[in-house]
Design a protein around this ligand. Structure first.
Ligand SMILES: [Fe+2]
Length: 444
């Protein structure tokens, strides 16, 4: 069964599940039967598409892009709950489970929450393939901005590879959005720089460096124009790698001197591309040209000229993201180690004042550090507390006995009298994938 009949049956069963939930306790067959039916019908529908949305537009029910006739008469509970909870759409992704669907109905009919809170609750329950979308403010959350930025870098580099001059508009828009996010809630988006996509390294790396560079620009108190230059420069700093063959970029182990010479061309290639983009400030081309020249003028390309004062913002963030990422030739350093490595090069590779500001910004235990507490528990630093660098907010993932806790919870070490950090822990000794952890955290 496909098409309109199937759609009616899906809506009918969704409505029946919500209606029964008013009368019966969770798990009652009058609820589970329509939930199971909804699951099997939607799974069948999803054979033909990646996701399906049931939306509410001006109080009218919409299935995908089609308005549902007589929706308010046929499916009153569904409309009532979506409107009350300020849900614009329920989006089902291919492969969602019956358990996820049950949780969604429970939350829709039970929880005293609305809008973004509901989505946050869903993520915390591990429901990742059904989304309750609500956008009363029209603003995107940190993860949506992050993913949007990755897509734009991918498009821009794709355009360059095809010999086109990339458009400036989308780059400029996304940097504005990232800047707003960094200035309004730096922790939310900074945590996402722990997403290290091995296959898509170049795109994720570019976005990570841009987010950190914007945060550093904020910490340095730079003016609007400079913040913008740093954000765009960081996002496009490796754009010249489009001119170096993939084979060389991904080569494990040592490069021949010819191959190394090719890599060394990417700052020059990058700044050439930037010069051809419309309305891009010349400073940005210079920052890109200089991003591998170190504070003591070692690195490449060779130069005797003095460096632009902002180049080092990108150099520092580039180094930190590279150190904390798994590469073909390197195991990732955990954030504490990476900071230590970098501080050994203060005044040589890095501008010491700027590196100091960067280290203060990242804290003793940067966001994404796994730590062991005095209680024996292990968790991840999710947020820093201003003024108390040794007492951040930690999400507890492993209990005192070393087993994973059923529902991870946050402990604010600034106010929590019972917990302190003993040491940082190498994430490789646990089963946590920090990238997907922060992705999940931000899906609210
Ligand atoms: Fe580079």
């Amino acid at each position: 069964m496909n098409g309109p009949d199937s759609r009616d049956a899906i809506l009918k069963n969704m409505n029946a599940a919500l209606k029964s939930r008013k009368l019966y306790p969770p798990g009652h067959p009058a609820i589970s039967a329509p939930v199971n039916k909804t699951h099997s019908l939607l799974t069948e529908e999803l054979k033909g598409s990646h996701n399906i949305a049931v939306g509410l537009v001006n109080e009218t029910l919409v299935f995908e892009d089609d308005m549902v006739q007589d929706g308010e008469k046929l499916y009153p509970e569904l409309i009532q709950y979506m409107a009350e909870k300020k849900i614009d759409a329920v989006v089902f992704e291919k492969g969602f489970s019956g358990k996820e669907l049950t949780d969604v109905f429970e939350i829709l009919s039970g929880a005293q929450m609305e809008g973004h809170e509901l989505q946050k609750e869903l993520s915390s329950k591990g429901v990742l393939r059904i989304t309750l979308r609500s956008m009363p403010t029209g603003k995107r959350n940190a993860l949506e901005i992050y993913n949007g930025a990755v897509e734009i870098v991918e498009n821009v580099m794709g355009e360059v590879r095809m010999g086109k001059i990339p458009k400036t508009g989308p780059v400029s828009d996304i940097v504005n959005e990232m800047t707003e996010s960094v200035f309004s809630d730096p922790h939310a988006i900074l945590g996402l720089t722990m997403i290290k996509n091995y296959d898509n390294y170049l795109y994720n790396h570019s976005v990570n460096v841009s987010i950190m560079a914007l945060s550093l620009a904020k910490a340095l108190g730079l003016g609007e124009e400079d913040v913008r230059a740093v954000g765009i420069g960081a996002l496009l700093h490796d754009i010249g790698k489009t001119g170096v063959s993939e084979q060389i970029i991904r080569k494990p182990g040592g490069l021949s001197s010819e191959e190394w010479d090719k890599i060394k061309q990417h700052p020059q290639l990058g700044s050439n591309i930037i010069k051809r983009m419309e309305g891009i400030d010349a400073t940005i081309g210079r920052l890109i040209y200089e991003h591998h020249i170190k504070f003591d003028h070692s690195g490449y390309p060779e130069t005797v000229d003095s460096l632009h004062p902002l180049s080092q913002v990108i150099t520092i963030c580039d180094a930190y993201d590279a150190l904390t990422t798994l590469r073909v030739y390197q195991k990732p350093h955990d954030p504490v180690e990476a900071i230590k490595v970098m501080s050994n090069f203060s005044g040589r590779h890095f501008n010491p004042d700027m590196l100091k500001t960067f280290m203060d910004m990242m804290g003793l235990y940067p966001v994404g550090t796994m730590v062991r507490l005095t209680t024996g528990e292990i968790g991840v630093v999710t947020r820093l507390n201003e003024g108390t660098p040794d007492r951040p907010v930690v999400k507890i993932l492993y209990g005192e006995d070393g087993t994973e806790v059923a529902s991870p919870f946050e402990a604010d070490l600034k106010t929590d009298g019972t917990r302190e950090i003993v040491t940082n822990v190498n994430p490789a000794t646990t089963s946590i994938d920090l990238g997907s952890f922060f992705e999940k955290e931000a899906a609210e």
